[in-house]
Write a protein that binds this ligand. Structure first.
Ligand code: SF4
Length: 358
């Protein structure tokens, strides 16, 4: 077993604060050195994200166009038919995507429901296409996670969004702890976890780093960490928020690369607000995955041909698919994290919300 899987890096808030507040170029240099130590070549993973069930969600996430509680112009749709999803997955593969992510605007899924059976059926077929398969379906229990893994899901996306302290200002219909519980179930089932956050939710720099502290303490680490910048949507409570500053965004990419060196760091929503030059700096700072394709769930994304041009101009190459991607291994010398006891409560009394004793 490689040395790095025996003892995972684990950073606390003070470490992250010190790293984040270095002069910008020192931070970039630091992040680049970590990136080059853990990743070879100049590869970027191309992922396609498809909304397989749009709108009408019962939750009240303050940034989301798909919540039924806000008037945003997004119409509630039914779960896409498998044939339609397969068409989009084949098109994504043909355009060079190596990871196909499917999102559904639900609070969660439960075994024994028709919608969950339909999702499993879709996953079984998509997973035969030779791409990594990621899904984001909201809350999961252990049985749902197990069945998704068996159907062929390689990674489960469930973002923590922001710090535990700021989370209740953004969402009231579920808790930060609920998010962590789902992440535990996904990891227990052997799926990789894709977990990151959103900048621009009215949080402070401290909140951003506390979010990263939680993710950096996961054991095992997430396989990928999407960093989103809010695209303010009219009609949502955060519709008038300011767009995130590019340098602040790149700083977070760099700190994420340093804190979770083996994770793919993904440029996600909000990339349309970054200039080509800012995107190049983000790649230099350690981003090595992008959402690719003209639409991101319900939001705009740079056009695929613009992305390919940028990748080519920077001398980057598209990463090969790894459909048999193994989930990251846990650090053997400390407990799994997030952790919960038999009653579903965080498993230690240290005050660490993630239950890892941190
Ligand atoms: S659970 Fe997902 S789809 Fe539903 S409101 Fe929140 S972010 Fe949007």
């Amino acid at each position: 077993m490689p040395e790095r899987t025996k003892k995972l890096l684990r950073m606390n808030y003070a470490d992250l604060h010190r790293i984040y507040h270095q002069p910008f170029f020192d931070l970039l240099k630091h992040a680049r050195a970590v990136h080059e130590e853990h990743w070879t070549g100049n590869e970027v993973q191309l992922c396609t994200l498809l909304s397989i069930k749009t709108g009408g969600c019962s939750e009240d996430c303050g940034y989301c166009a798909q919540s039924a509680r806000y008037t945003t112009g997004v119409q509630a749709e039914r779960l896409m038919a498998k044939e339609q999803v397969m068409e989009r997955a084949l098109a994504a593969r043909a355009s060079g995507s190596t990871r196909f992510c499917m999102g559904a605007a639900w609070k969660g899924v439960r075994v024994g429901t028709q919608k969950f059976d339909q999702v499993l059926d879709i996953v079984r077929d998509v997973s035969k296409l030779g791409m990594e398969v990621c899904v984001t379906l909201g809350e999961l229990g252990s049985e749902e996670a197990k069945q998704l893994k068996e159907a062929g899901v390689t990674a489960y996306n469930h973002n923590v969004d922001t710090s535990p302290e700021h989370y209740p200002n953004i969402v009231s219909t579920h808790t930060f702890e609920d998010r962590l519980r789902t992440i535990r179930h996904a990891q227990d089932a052997g799926m990789s976890v894709c977990c990151g956050g959103i900048l621009g939710l009215g949080e402070t720099i401290e909140d951003r780093l506390k979010m990263l502290e939680v993710i950096s303490n996961f054991n095992p680490h997430p396989e990928s960490v999407p960093i989103n910048a809010l695209m303010p949507i009219k009609g949502t409570p955060l519709g008038d928020n300011e767009v995130v500053d590019s340098f602040a965004f790149i700083r977070m990419i760099a700190v994420t690369r340093i804190a979770i060196p083996r994770a793919k760091v993904r440029l996600s929503a909000g990339r349309t607000n970054l200039s080509r030059e800012a995107q190049a700096l983000a790649f230099f700072a350690g981003a090595n995955s992008i959402f690719y394709g003209d639409k991101l769930l319900t939001a705009a994304n740079p056009r695929a041909n613009e992305d390919l041009r940028l990748i080519q101009q920077l001398g980057l190459t598209a990463q090969a698919p790894n459909p048999v991607l193994e989930a990251p291994e846990a650090d053997e010398v400390r407990p799994l994290c997030p952790a919960f006891d038999a009653k579903g409560q965080p498993a230690d009394e240290s005050g660490c919300l993630a239950g890892c004793g941190g």
